[in-house]
Design a protein around this ligand. Structure first.
Ligand SMILES: Nc1ncnc2c1ncn2[C@@H]1O[C@H](COP(=O)(O)OP(=O)(O)O)[C@@H](O)[C@H]1O
Ligand SMILES: [Mg+2]
Length: 257
């Protein structure tokens, strides 16, 4: 079994004084793909932002370990350099900043190395081909006027370029049509296969998971991890919903009725 990449220990998190996450334990090993599911408002995005070091997310107790090192108090930019990546549910639009300038400087920041434009552009073009993105997008302003599907593809483009150790994808597939989901899924699979990168995929849908191998599924209800299982749990939940998990959590006293 490979070494633990990311581990949370009894993580309690509050946002603006409101307690959201309760005693969350999770271990993701190198190269593993984990899926996080749960009803709306369960705290899934909160966990993603907390792992990434979002400034509004306060760890009240517990720890986050990356490759055994305590990163609970590290700032977000340091975590990015350390190999964490979060794709946002709502990507940012930045007028005046071209996609290629953004990606090049973000990549240089992550690696701490200057990149020759020709070398960078070669990588960028290869990654854009995986996602069927026209090269003309690289000189357009970051996400400005991009469709929802195009914005999501730009997030996956970053994944292919940055090659983080762990990528957290927060509902990257929501609002996408079937073809866009397939391309996003192809990009994620390329990251999984070529780079052996680990993934935490927050999703309600099985479509993005169809061509991916899932090692573990987690279910969160009202800020509590209430169940863990293998990849087949995703199908089971899609058939039966969250009700049984919510009921069990109430029975066990983990959450309020
Ligand atoms: N900025 C915030 N201030 C106060 N409460 C918040 C904030 N962001 C999220 N929450 C609350 O945290 C809970 C979990 O939200 P979230 O992590 O977005 O859930 P999910 O991603 O599972 O739908 C919800 O009750 C939500 O209202
Ligand atoms: Mg969310």
């Amino acid at each position: 079994m490979s070494a633990s990449l990311l581990k949370t220990e009894q993580l309690n998190v509050s946002v603006e004084g409101k307690h959201i996450l309760y005693d969350v334990d999770m271990t993701i090993r190198e190269g593993e793909t984990h899926v996080l599911m749960g009803p709306n408002g369960a705290g899934k995005s909160t966990l993603g932002y907390t792992l990434m070091g979002g400034p509004r997310y306060h760890v009240d107790s517990g720890r986050i370990l990356l490759e055994g090192r305590d990163i609970t108090e590290s700032p977000a930019d340091q975590r990015a350099r350390d190999g964490l990546f979060l794709s946002f549910q709502e990507p940012l639009e930045v007028p005046g900043l071209s996609l290629q300038d953004f990606l090049r400087s973000a990549l240089e920041q992550r690696t701490g190395k200057r990149l020759r434009f020709t070398d960078f552009y070669k990588k960028l073009k290869a990654a854009m081909e995986v996602l069927h993105l026209d090269p003309s997008y690289s000189v357009r302003d970051l996400n400005v006027g991009f469709s929802g599907g195009e914005k999501k593809k730009i997030e996956i483009l970053q994944l292919l370029l940055f090659q983080p150790k762990l990528a957290i994808l927060d509902e990257t597939d929501s609002g996408l049509d079937v073809d866009a989901v397939r391309l996003v899924s192809d990009g994620v699979r390329a990251y999984q296969k070529d780079h052996k990168g680990a993934l935490l995929i927050i999703t309600h849908s099985t479509r993005i998971l169809e061509s991916l191998h899932v090692d573990q599924t987690h279910v969160m209800v009202e800020g509590h991890m209430v169940a863990d299982g293998d990849g087949s749990m995703v199908d089971e939940i899609n058939e039966n919903g969250y009700e049984s998990y919510v009921e069990r959590a109430i029975r066990e006293g983990a959450v309020r009725s």
